[in-house]
Ligand binder design. Structure first.
Ligand SMILES: [Zn+2]
Ligand SMILES: [Zn+2]
Length: 448
């Protein structure tokens, strides 16, 4: 057994010109051979995005591909706990001897955006909005790049089984954009029904980083995200008799301003936090004081204690602003935290990042591996780390043509961000880096 194994390893090393357990920069050439067919996969996925909770065809497509590669594939993993809502989670397992279990995750869903990228294979696909109406769909967050890189990585690893030992768990996660899919898969027993990973890895596209390059963040990389609704209640009436009313518009205005003192006066200046009121709605006409005003907030943080402080303070500010204006207790604002859409912060294990950085530098070149700042965007990939018990890392995958990034920097322009209709991925070099980088990182963790 041992001898055969060693012979195969030597055979693969000879084929790929490798001299150590890492590929010494030779892997990219191997990946190049796969790029034409991976690009076809990318174009298909790009042109056929499906919205969160509707990833039926996408899941079937990636599941089929993984089955063809020899993975043991289970579809329909996940439970949203919502009547009639199907989870299209995919779990693909490949066992290859003793060794660690490494999870590689992609997300599957697109966004309700009408594509305006100018790409010849731009999406004209549609999906269903929450209210049942038809809306255009687009992979505006680059999940098509993640899926293609993930399939390419699975392909490479399935072809090089002599270079790694252990268990691969490839996860296709639905409903990332709703912050719901990861949790749904965990609720459905992901880590009980399937091998529990020792490491969890993922890519996320980056709309300001050049294709061919990757970005690394040690420690907190993406924020905890909470959605909060505040209903400011009052007693409406005629705009000309304000003294006979309790005006929720003036109170809502005060609450919006008072909320800004939470980050500036309650959170330590050394901690990161955001409280944004993204929506405010109330009233119908110039001369009517309405009965209520509704606010919608997004709340971002890294540390759990800061997250709790923000949420507690939002309730205090809303209710005490009303009390200060003489509001009766039974008319105080109602503060609702949407726990089903909240995600914890993503903490990239520093040791894992350092180890991966070395491998990525070898494979992609020093100039193509950058340390970048953390962001206050969110990712439900964080759930898979189960509160720090599984070392995890999400890497940024450069997605934009290098000349476009350079020109924008020279002119001081910002590029279309993720989620924008103009997000235009430079697919081939991004996929090349995505497949090469992830394959090398996985092999390094699973070296026999
Ligand atoms: Zn997104
Ligand atoms: Zn995304």
């Amino acid at each position: 057994m041992k001898r055969t194994h060693l012979v195969s390893v030597l055979y693969v090393l000879a084929l790929t010109g490798l001299t150590t357990s890492s590929f010494g920069g030779g892997l990219e050439d191997e990946v190049d051979g796969e790029i034409p067919s991976l690009f076809e996969i990318f174009k298909y996925l790009h042109a056929n995005p499906e919205l969160s909770y509707q990833e039926d065809d996408t899941a079937r497509y990636v599941a089929e591909e993984l089955r063809r590669l020899g993975f043991e594939v289970t579809e329909g993993v996940g439970d949203y706990g919502v009547e009639g809502r199907t989870s299209y989670g995919v779990v693909a397992v490949m066992q290859n001897g003793e060794g660690p279990t490494v999870m590689v995750r992609t997300d599957l869903d697109g966004l309700p955006v009408q594509e305006d990228s100018g790409l010849p294979y731009a999406s004209v696909a549609k999906g269903l909005a929450d209210d049942g109406s038809e809306v255009f769909a687009m992979h505006a967050c680059g999940h098509d790049l993640h899926m293609t890189s993930w399939l390419g990585t699975a392909r490479m690893l399935s072809q090089m089984r002599e270079t790694w030992s252990g268990t691969l768990v490839f996860i296709g996660q639905p409903a990332e954009e709703r912050g719901a899919g990861a949790q749904a898969m965990l609720v459905d027993g992901l880590f009980e029904r399937f091998p529990k990973p020792d490491y969890a890895l993922a890519w996320h596209s980056n709309a300001s980083l050049a294709s061919g390059s990757v970005g690394l963040v040690e420690g907190y990389a993406l924020a905890a995200v909470d959605s909060v609704d505040i209903t400011v209640r009052g007693q409406g009436g005629h705009g000309a008799w304000p003294h006979t009313t309790k005006d929720p518009v003036t109170l809502a205005a005060q609450i919006v301003v008072n909320l800004q003192t939470i980050v500036s006066r309650k959170v330590s200046p050394l901690d990161s936090a955001v409280v944004t009121v993204g929506s405010i709605h109330g009233g119908t006409k110039h001369n009517i004081i309405p009965n209520e005003v509704k606010l919608q907030l997004t709340v971002r943080s890294y540390k759990p204690e800061v997250r709790q402080l923000l949420l507690d303070s939002i309730r205090d500010v809303a209710q005490n602003s009303a009390r200060a204006q003489g509001w009766p207790e039974d008319l105080l604002p109602i503060v609702e935290i949407h726990e089903e859409e909240g995600t914890p912060a993503t903490f990239n294990d520093p040791e894992l990042i350092e180890r991966a950085a070395e491998v990525l530098r070898t494979e992609l070149g020093d100039d193509h591996v950058l340390y970048v700042d953390p962001v206050m965007g969110g990712e439900d990939f964080s759930y898979f780390g189960i509160e720090g018990n599984i070392p995890m890392a999400i890497f940024w995958l450069g997605a934009i043509e290098p000349s476009v990034v350079e020109a924008a920097a020279a002119e001081g322009r910002t590029l279309p961000s993720l989620h924008s209709s103009g997000f235009k991925p430079d697919a081939k070099p991004a996929i090349r880096a995505g497949v090469t980088g992830m394959t090398a990182v996985v092999v390094d963790l699973m070296a026999p």
